[in-house]
Design a protein around this ligand. Structure first.
Ligand SMILES: [Zn+2]
Ligand SMILES: [Zn+2]
Length: 510
């Protein structure tokens, strides 16, 4: 399959045009004219990072939302931040489950790769880990307790837990990996324990934001550690790689606490059965649904394996202390009075095998939903899934079920809030961190361009809009795009049972 038909990164010709455009735009905006070496195609010959520089290679997450992998090079070593998957384009979805950078290309630097540090446990940040470690990549992994437990559960299922090394660090903790001094910073997002990473080197500090928003009341975990961000900014930040998901629009300040209040009012007012459908890893959202349901005198169960796994993991770590337990099986809700029934389930992206689609089909293991009952899709629909979601919703509506969406509200309170920063929150972060250079990540081209404009307005010396697999050089004297390395993608498929199978490299690559 060619790069063109799979949505893979574009070739070098486009890349060069992009770099020229960026430089032209920087000059037009009055940014510092950075030294720009001749653009090189490094192919498989990666440069050895020097003591006086930080090299940055975003392997994914640029021009797309997904597959976040970023390599940092310094003093002869490389550090990887996140190893997620991208979901395949629709035309590949039958055979291909996920896309990752092909680990074969890491062979030239495998001996210099000192570790993987994980920012949080979303699929687009950790989805590749249990498929590639330890089969194709063996470096040790660092993660917060929640992300570590989520990874361990997967390694256990794959039978490879004994063959990987996972260190944990507390949220806000510091640790060293080779020549990199890493300080984690507590952020807020739509999953427990999201962290930003201040990566300290002899050539300067790079702040890798991870996914974040400023949630004043995240319910699970404490709000963002603004003092740490300001302190890191005071000490001087060479560059920031930061989330661009909502960079094109200002957003009101929103919080999980608002969604919980919306759930409370909804559960109290509805007389029929209510189902809340959301992302399984959004533990605060699941906890809110459980709490609001219990307060309205309902029994509540979870439906969906991934949701039960995330809930179990969170509970085992004490993250859900004080929250009511869920029923062991959704079938235990059957036969209860309708006003006493609540369900929290997966499938908000219209997935055919997930709980919501089963509910819509009238699966007998779930309570029967019909006239007078309500389903809330408490999530954003990922672009590309609209049709599948609509199919499930229309099935529910044909049964008489009222379907509410994430952009609906109860008394002005949202039924879903985004986990990513709007332009206003981004500006606030830039004012705290004050990086010299901005490298927007985690966004499509439109998001990256909007983020770069914003960063320049906030006074960065230059904002570099790059392509995947480009090699960026940062030194105290400037920043430039050196060229690109060869980094093809790998398609991961499912086995006959629909489970993702670990990638086993061919003998020649092992
Ligand atoms: Zn993400
Ligand atoms: Zn995320």
């Amino acid at each position: 399959m060619s790069n063109e038909d799979s949505g893979m990164p574009k070739g070098a010709a486009t890349t060069k045009a992009t770099v020229t455009q960026v430089l032209a735009e920087m000059n037009r905006d009055g940014g510092t004219v950075i030294p720009f070496n001749k653009y090189r195609d490094f192919g498989k010959r990666w440069p050895v990072p020097g003591h006086g520089e930080v090299l940055v290679v975003p392997l994914g997450g640029l021009g797309r939302i997904g597959m976040n992998w970023t390599l940092y090079g310094h003093d002869g070593k490389w550090l990887l931040v996140d190893a997620g998957i991208a979901f395949p384009p629709e035309e590949m979805a039958d055979e291909v489950d996920a896309l990752v950078p092909d680990p074969a290309f890491l062979a030239p630097i495998a001996k210099r790769l000192v570790g993987l540090v994980v920012t949080h446990a979303h699929e687009d940040h950790i989805g590749g880990v249990d498929k590639l470690w330890p089969y194709a990549i063996t470096c040790p992994i660092w993660a917060t307790p929640f992300a570590k437990a989520m990874l361990e559960r997967r390694f256990e299922e794959a039978g490879s837990l004994d063959d990987v090394t996972i260190h944990s660090f507390p949220v806000g903790g510091s640790f060293e990996v080779g020549p990199f001094k890493v300080r984690s910073v507590r952020m807020t997002h739509s999953i427990p324990e999201p962290v930003a990473l201040a990566i300290g080197t002899a050539a300067g500090t790079v702040l890798h934001s991870g996914d974040w928003k400023f949630d004043p009341d995240p319910l699970i975990g404490a709000p963002t550690d603004f003092d740490a961000l300001r302190e890191i900014g005071d000490q001087g930040v060479l560059a920031m790689l930061c989330d661009s998901t909502n960079a094109h629009k200002d957003l009101p300040t929103t919080s999980e606490a608002q969604v919980r209040e919306a759930f409370r009012r909804l559960f109290a007012r509805r007389r029929g059965q209510v189902a809340i459908c959301g992302f399984s890893s959004n533990v605060a959202r699941v906890a809110s649904a459980g709490l609001a349901a219990a307060e309205s005198g309902r029994q509540v169960a979870l439906a969906g394996r991934s949701m039960r796994n995330a809930e179990e993991t969170a509970r085992s770590l004490g993250i859900l202390d004080g929250y009511p337990n869920f029923l062991a099986e959704p079938s235990h809700l059957k036969g209860l009075e309708r006003s006493r029934v609540a369900l929290v389930c997966t499938g908000g992206q219209g997935e055919d095998k997930a709980a919501l689609a089963k509910l819509a089909r009238g699966d007998r293991r779930l309570p029967a939903f019909g006239a007078g009952d309500t389903v809330v899709l408490s999530a954003r629909i990922i672009p590309g899934n609209e049709e599948a979601v609509e199919k499930v919703c229309s099935r529910l509506r044909s049964r008489g079920v009222e379907v509410l969406h994430g952009n609906d509200s109860i008394d002005g309170l949202p039924l879903h809030v985004s986990g990513h920063p709007g332009a206003n929150e981004l500006r606030e972060l830039y004012r705290l961190v004050r990086p010299r250079y901005a490298i927007p990540v985690h966004g499509t081209e439109m998001h990256l361009a909007a983020h770069a404009r914003l960063a320049r307005e906030e006074g960065v010396e230059a904002a570099l809009v790059c392509d995947e697999a480009e090699l960026i050089r940062l030194t105290p004297h400037g920043a430039c795009v050196l060229g690109r390395v060869e980094a093809p993608m790998l398609a991961l498929s499912r086995d006959e049972n629909g489970n993702r199978v670990p990638y086993k490299p061919q003998a020649a690559l092992a």
